[in-house]
Design a protein around this ligand. Structure first.
Ligand SMILES: [Zn+2]
Length: 318
C-alpha cells in the first residue's frame, strides 16, 4: 500500500504515469478475450473472463506496466459488470470476476511496487441498443437503479479489496458521468472519471461540451477528470478546454487504434489487423503536450502496450 495517498500526490503537483491498454494487451499475448465473434454483441464480456481463465497473463500485463515505470495501474474490471457478464450467461457470477480482477492488480502491485496505485476501473453498462442513431443516456434507458447497480456492485468489491481509487470510465453522456460518479462516491474512495470518445472538435461523444460536464459535476465528489479511449489528436484539442473549466486534477489516456476482431496469434476473427498507428515515440510527443496543458495523470488506452508507457516515462515523470 502506498505511503502517500494519490490525492496527496496530485495536490502536491506531481505528474503520474498510468498504464496502457489491458484488454488489448492480454489479447495480444494470446488470451482468448472473444467469446463469440458471430454474435450481434460481438465483444460480449471481452476481457472480463480472462481475470480467471488467464489470470497469469493479466498479472503479467500489470507487472510489465509497473516494470516500465507506471505509477498507476487500472484493474481489469472494465467489463466485470453484471450486464456484460450476462451476455455470456454469467451475470450471476459477476462478483467472482470482479474480485479476481481486483486481486490480480493488487497482487501485481504488491509484488512489484508497493508505492504504485491501483485504480478500480469500471465501464459504463452494456445496452442492447448501443447502435441506435439517436442514443439517450444509459441512466435514462436503463433506469437509475439498474444503472447504479452496474457501478455499485464492482465498486463495493474493489473498495473492500483495498484499491486506491475508483475509476468509472468509458462513460459518454453527461447524465451518465454524474450518475456514475455519484454511485462510486458512496464507497468513500477518491473518484476519478474517464470520459470516452472525445471528438475531433473536442466535444464529448454525443456533442455535449466538457464545460457543461464540469458544470453538471459541481457539488458532486469528483476528484479528477480524464479523457480516455479517444484519438491522441482529439485529446490535444479538448484538454485545454477541460483545464479551463475544471479546477481539479485532469489527465488523459488515449487509444492508438485497436480492432478487437483482428486476427491474433493465428486465430481468425473478422475485421482488419490489430493496428497501432502511433509509435511509442509519437505518443510520447502527445504526452509531453498534455503535460504542458496541465494533465497530471498520463497513460494509454486500447492498443497501447508497455512499450508505449516506457516511451512516455521520461517526458511524463522527468
Ligand atoms: Zn480504449
Amino acid at each position: 500500500m502506498p505511503t502517500r495517498s494519490i490525492m496527496d500526490r496530485l495536490r502536491a503537483g506531481d505528474v503520474l504515469l498510468m498504464d496502457g491498454g489491458t484488454g488489448s494487451e492480454i489479447q495480444r499475448r494470446g488470451a482468448d478475450v472473444l467469446v463469440d465473434t458471430t454474435a450481434e454483441t460481438e465483444l460480449r464480456a471481452w476481457s472480463a473472463t480472462a481475470n480467471i481463465e488467464f489470470a497469469d497473463v493479466v498479472q503479467q500485463v500489470h507487472q510489465d506496466y509497473l516494470r516500465v515505470g507506471a505509477d498507476i495501474i487500472i484493474s481489469n474490471n472494465f467489463w466485470t459488470t453484471p450486464s456484460r457478464l450476462e451476455l455470456i450467461g454469467r451475470g450471476q457470477n459477476w462478483e467472482k470476476y470482479a474480485r479476481a480482477a481486483g486481486e490480480n492488480a493488487l497482487r501485481a502491485r504488491d509484488a512489484l511496487n508497493p508505492e504504485a496505485y491501483v485504480f478500480g476501473g469500471i465501464s459504463a453498462p452494456y445496452r442492447q441498443d448501443y447502435r441506435v442513431t439517436s442514443p439517450k443516456p444509459d441512466v435514462e434507458v436503463l433506469g437509475k437503479e439498474a444503472f447504479d447497480q452496474e457501478f455499485l456492485g464492482p465498486a463495493g468489491v474493489l473498495s473492500g479489496l483495498g484499491v486506491d481509487a475508483l475509476l468509472p470510465e468509458y462513460v459518454g453522456f453527461i447524465d451518465d458521468c454524474v450518475a456514475a460518479v455519484d454511485a462510486c462516491a458512496t464507497l468513500g474512495l477518491p473518484v476519478f472519471l474517464g470520459v470516452r470518445h472525445i471528438t475531433d472538435y473536442g466535444w464529448m461523444q454525443y456533442g455535449e461540451t466538457l464545460q457543461d460536464l464540469v458544470k453538471a459535476l459541481e457539488g458532486h465528489q469528483i476528484d479528477c477528470i480524464l479523457l480516455m479511449c479517444s484519438r491522441p489528436e482529439c485529446v490535444s484539442v479538448a484538454l485545454p478546454a477541460l483545464r479551463q473549466a475544471f479546477d481539479g486534477p485532469i489527465g488523459a489516456y488515449a487509444n492508438v487504434g485497436y480492432n478487437p476482431m483482428a486476427p491474433v496469434r493465428g486465430r481468425t476473427h473478422k475485421g482488419d489487423d490489430m493496428t497501432a498507428g502511433y509509435s511509442p515515440s509519437r505518443l510520447a510527443e502527445f504526452a509531453q503536450d498534455w503535460k504542458e496543458m496541465g494533465a497530471q495523470i498520463i497513460g494509454g488506452c486500447c492498443a497501447t502496450g508497455p512499450e508505449h508507457i516506457m516511451a512516455l516515462r521520461p517526458g511524463v515523470k522527468g
